[in-house]
Design a protein. Structure first.
Length: 439
C-alpha cells in the first residue's frame, strides 16, 4: 500500500492515491456465491423498457387487481395502532395462523399442519433451503424452473448441486420416470421441488402425478417441496391437489390470488415431525424477525373474503388467456409448440428455429413492438418465452396481444435478421394515459 494513502477517505481521491484506489478495487470483492447467482430477469426486462411509457408488459407474474376492499379497510383502520409498529410473533399472528390452518384443512386436504407466515413465497422457499440443505446436498429443479428458486439455491452456496430434472417436451409435465431413476441412485438428491400449477409453463399436475412424486420421494428419504403459489388459478373444470405427508413441505402465497404482490405475504405449511418448527424459526428470526403486522391483517381479511372473491377475479383473465393463445399461433398451437392454459397465469412457447437467442428476441419485441415478455433462458430453457396473461385488464391486454402477434409474425417471416437489423421504433395504439397506467 502506498504510504501516502495510509488513510482512506470517502472524498474523491487525489491523483497521488490512484495506485491505492486501483489496489482497493481489486482487493475488495463480493462473495463467490452471489457472484455466480443469475441476474434477476425481471429487473433486466425493466431495463429493456427503460423510461418508455408505451410498452405493455406481459412479463412479470402479477395480477391487475388489488386486495379485497374489506381487507384494505381493515388496514386503514389499523395503520395508526401502536401495536402495528411493534415486532409481532416470529411465525405469524395467531389469528392469521389459525385461519390458515382452517383453510388448509378445508380447501387443501392438509389437516394438522403447522404454519409459518413469511414475506411472500420467495422468502418461504429461502427459509426452507437454509433449513434443510447442507453444502453438497443435491436438489432437483425441473427445467424449465422458476428462476428465483434457482437463484435462492445459488446464493446459498448450492449452485453446483442442482440436478436439472427432465420434463416431457410435448406436455411439459415433469418426467416422473426420470425422477424415479434419479431417486433410485445410491445417494439420491435431498430435495425435489415442484411448482403446481407451474411457473413458467402453466401446466397443472394431476392428483396421480402429485401422489406418485410424493411416494417416490418418501421411498428415497427425500424432501418434497410443493410450491402452490397458483393454487387458485386452474381452468376448464380442473382441480389443484395437495398431498399430506411428513416429508412434504408446502408453500402458499397471497400475492397472486388476492392481488397482494407489494404486501409480501406467503406461508409455509408442514407437519412438525422432524423438529422443523424450531429450525425454521432460527431462519425466520434472522431474516425478517417477524412478518409485517399490517400485511398480516390484510392477509387475514383476504382469507375471510376467501375463494369466492378470488374466483370472481380470475374470471376477468380468462379472455386474456384466450387472446394470448391466439396471439401465439404464429409459433404453434397448444400441445404443439405452446404449453399452458391448464393453470397458473402463464403460457410457454417455443421460438422459431434459428431464434434461440431468446433474450435478444425479448429486447427486440420491446424496442420494435412495445410489448415485453420473459426469455426462457432465465428458466433454463433457451429458445423459449414465457407470457403472463393476468397483468393487464382486458382492453389493454387485447392491444398487447395484437402487438405480440405482429412481432411474432415478423419473427417467423424474417428470423433473427429482423432482430439484428431493426432500427429503434415505438408503437402506441392506446391513449397515452391508458398505456401509462398499464405499464
Amino acid at each position: 500500500m502506498p504510504a501516502a494513502c495510509a488513510a482512506i477517505s470517502i472524498l474523491p481521491l487525489p491523483a497521488a492515491c490512484s495506485e491505492f484506489h486501483a489496489w482497493l478495487i481489486s482487493s475488495i470483492k463480493v462473495s463467490e456465491r452471489v457472484r455466480v447467482t443469475n441476474a434477476p430477469i425481471i429487473v433486466k426486462t425493466k431495463q429493456f423498457i427503460g423510461g418508455r411509457t408505451d410498452v405493455l408488459s406481459l412479463a412479470q407474474g402479477v395480477v391487475h387487481w388489488t386486495p379485497p376492499d374489506s381487507a384494505l379497510d381493515l388496514a386503514s383502520d389499523l395503520v395508526r395502532d401502536r401495536s402495528i409498529s411493534a415486532y409481532g410473533p416470529c411465525a405469524g399472528l395467531p389469528a392469521l395462523v389459525d385461519a390458515l390452518k382452517e383453510k388448509l384443512a378445508a380447501e387443501n386436504d392438509l389437516p394438522e399442519h403447522e404454519v409459518m407466515v413469511t414475506a411472500g413465497a420467495n422468502q418461504a422457499f429461502t427459509n426452507i433451503v437454509l433449513t434443510l440443505l447442507d453444502p453438497g446436498d443435491r436438489i432437483v429443479l425441473f427445467v424449465p424452473y422458476y428462476f428465483n428458486h434457482l437463484m435462492a439455491v445459488q446464493m446459498t452456496g448450492g449452485a453446483a448441486d442442482v440436478v436439472h430434472g427432465q420434463c416431457d417436451p410435448q406436455t411439459w409435465h415433469p418426467d416422473l420416470d426420470w425422477l424415479e431413476q434419479e431417486l433410485s441412485q445410491p445417494d439420491p438428491p435431498k430435495m425435489v421441488v415442484l411448482v403446481n400449477p407451474c411457473n413458467p409453463t402453466g401446466v397443472l399436475l394431476s392428483r396421480g402425478e402429485v401422489e406418485r412424486a410424493a411416494q417416490l420421494c418418501q421411498d428415497a428419504g427425500t424432501w418434497l417441496i410443493m410450491d402452490n403459489t397458483y393454487e387458485h388459478f386452474v381452468y376448464d373444470g380442473r382441480q389443484h391437489h395437495c398431498v399430506a405427508a411428513p416429508h412434504i413441505i408446502h408453500i402458499f402465497s397471497f400475492s397472486k390470488a388476492f392481488g397482494m404482490m407489494g404486501w409480501r405475504m406467503g406461508y409455509i405449511a408442514y407437519m412438525d415431525m422432524h423438529g422443523l418448527a424450531d429450525q425454521l424459526l432460527k431462519v425466520q428470526d434472522t431474516i425478517p424477525i417477524c412478518p409485517s403486522q399490517l400485511s398480516q391483517y390484510v392477509a387475514l381479511g383476504a382469507v375471510e373474503a376467501g375463494r369466492p372473491w378470488v374466483s370472481t377475479q380470475i374470471e376477468t383473465i380468462i379472455a386474456n388467456k384466450d387472446m394470448l393463445i391466439s396471439a401465439l399461433l404464429p409459433l404453434g398451437e397448444l400441445g404443439n409448440g405452446i404449453a399452458g392454459g391448464e393453470g397458473a397465469i402463464y403460457l410457454w412457447a417455443r421460438l422459431p428455429k434459428g431464434c434461440e437467442d431468446d433474450e435478444a428476441v425479448v429486447e427486440w419485441l420491446v424496442r420494435e413492438h412495445a410489448v415485453c415478455i420473459i426469455p426462457g433462458s432465465s428458466c433454463g430453457a433457451p429458445g423459449y418465452v414465457r407470457i403472463a396473461f393476468a397483468n393487464l385488464e382486458q382492453e389493454v391486454c387485447r392491444e398487447a396481444a395484437a402487438r405480440l402477434r405482429r412481432g411474432l409474425e415478423q419473427l417467423c417471416l424474417q428470423g433473427m435478421s429482423a432482430v439484428l437489423q431493426a432500427p429503434l421504433a415505438g408503437i402506441a395504439s392506446l391513449p397515452a394515459d391508458a398505456i401509462a397506467t398499464a405499464s
